[in-house]
Design a protein around this ligand. Structure first.
Ligand code: ZN
Ligand code: CU
Length: 483
């Protein structure tokens, strides 16, 4: 069943080829890790006798989804079945987002936000050694990697509370350059987080200049997604422009009630900027964000749901306001007691999320946090949720538009060759789903519930997930270098 020399045909399904073109009836022929032919239903290519037939009648057959925004760097090694992703139809994850990457940091005690990747896998000085570890673990999904600016800083700098000096910056550039040579897809930054906050446009754009000749992508978790969002957008755009690379704005949102409705403004500005430079967005389809516990995100207005706490693990799954009341303290004081930990912050307005999801420059990324005790439901549900809510229920996207944001557009943005598209010669990363049923089931109280309607997931020609068994039944993922 794995990568043998057999021919398999996924027949009688509705093919979405990843480009955004309308779905059409077609048979997809697979040998080893590739699509070898796409034919009209019932038409057999030469030499196809004895092929294994998989009936996909009334099912959509699409390129496996690409999760462009993940923090899966360590989990692909620790839990290589990768069920949270495979069960959504995801076949490739891009790690290293928000400035946070395993590479190139060696430490036993990563400070926040690096701790979002767990604590015990920081053992890779360079991308090649990480690539070897991925290939040895043979995870259920393919893995592409961004290099995190915060990780570079921690590796190169003695004092994080100032911009890098010339020698430190040179060291960071050298490490980044060798990672790009080894196939990183680009650089990510997260100046929102303390260890990177002191970095200025000079430091960041100097690093972006390193990835530009490789056609690397610069992804940015901007400095401020609340009141200061416009200035923060400008900073990210300027950084990418000065550095000469394409920009992806991570998990675009207008956070905080005072900011609700402003995606009209931000998206208009992003469209204007896109006339002069390459800009894209990623988004997860939920009104709550999730990250480490932070006092500055406690405003006394929004709901905050604890996803984990080192000092009080029993509080995972409870609301901060309730905990504070029970303890007889303020919410900020409760956060201090619970830290380090994580939370979901219900900081967005539904209309803003809808506007971003539906924008033509946007691709889907889960931003799932696999190390949280009780993770945000996006970890298990982001992709089916887009299909369920935005296509089937609200009708805000066509099926093709929704799928394009998870496949072809994502691969194009991040330069992943042969992925995100189904045509002769492309990799056989395929999801087969029931369009009448597909939906997310994971919730804030039960984040681990499997999505429905995802029936088969093929990775590099290997049947890797069965919806009937709700299990990983093959692991054929690889490290995927930038094209
Ligand atoms: Zn982020
Ligand atoms: Cu993130």
């Amino acid at each position: 069943m794995a990568n043998d020399n057999h021919l398999t045909v996924l027949c009688n399904g509705l093919l979405f080829d990843g480009t955004g073109a309308p779905t059409r009836p077609a048979d997809i022929w697979i040998r080893q890790d590739r699509v070898v032919a796409i034919c009209d239903p019932g038409v057999s290519p030469p030499g196809s006798m004895g092929a294994r037939r998989v009936d996909c009648a009334d099912r959509v057959v699409a390129p496996g989804f690409i999760d462009v925004h993940t923090h899966d760097d360590a989990i692909v090694l620790d839990q290589p079945e990768m069920l949270p992703k495979l069960s959504q139809g995801v076949t490739t994850v891009i790690g290293g987002n928000c400035g946070i990457s395993l590479v190139p940091l060696i430490t036993d005690s990563p400070e926040a936000p690096l701790s979002l990747l767990g604590t015990h896998q920081f053992r890779f000085a360079d991308l090649r050694s990480y690539q070897d570890a991925v290939d040895a673990a043979r995870p259920g999904v393919n893995v592409a990697m961004l290099i995190g600016h915060t990780a570079l800083r921690m590796q190169a700098m003695s004092d994080l509370d100032r911009p890098a000096n010339a020698a430190e910056l040179q060291r960071m550039c050298d490490v980044l350059d060798s990672a790009m040579q080894a196939g990183a897809v680009g650089l990510s930054s997260g100046v929102f987080y303390h260890p990177a906050f002191a970095a200025d446009v000079h430091e960041l754009s100097t690093l972006v200049r390193v990835i530009a000749p490789y056609h690397g992508v610069y992804t940015s978790h901007i400095r401020d997604e609340l009141k200061g969002i416009m200035a923060s957008l400008e900073e990210a755009a300027l950084t990418a422009r000065l550095g000469g690379a394409a920009l992806v704005l991570s998990h675009h949102k207008c956070a905080g009630p005072g900011n609700w409705g402003r995606t009209r403004e931000t998206l208009a500005r992003i469209e204007a900027l896109s006339q002069e430079q390459s800009i894209g967005l990623d988004v997860y389809p939920y009104t709550a964000g999730s990250t480490v516990l932070r006092e500055d995100l406690v405003d006394g207005v929004i709901d905050i749901l604890i996803t984990g706490s080192q000092s009080h693990p029993e509080m995972a799954g409870r609301y901060l306001a309730d905990i504070a009341k029970e303890w007889g303290v303020s919410q900020v004081q409760a956060v201090r007691r619970l830290s380090p930990g994580g939370a979901c912050y219900f900081q967005m307005q539904q209309e803003d999320v809808d506007r971003v999801v539906c924008h033509p420059l946007t691709v889907i990324g889960s931003d799932g946090l696999p190390h949280d005790e009780r993770p945000h439901p996006r970890l298990w549900g982001a992709f089916p949720r887009v299909l369920n809510q935005y296509w089937r229920e609200k009708g805000l996207l066509s099926l093709e538009q929704a799928l394009h944001k998870m496949t072809g557009l994502s691969a194009e943005r991040f330069h992943l060759a042969g992925r995100g598209i189904l045509r002769t010669g492309s990799f056989a990363d395929v999801v087969v789903f029931d369009p009448a049923l597909v939906r997310d089931c994971s919730t804030y109280s039960e984040p681990w519930r499997f999505s429905e309607g995802i029936e088969q997931v093929w990775v590099n020609g290997c049947l890797s997930y069965s919806g009937r068994e709700r299990a990983c039944i093959g692991r054929a993922g690889r490290f995927v270098p930038r094209a």
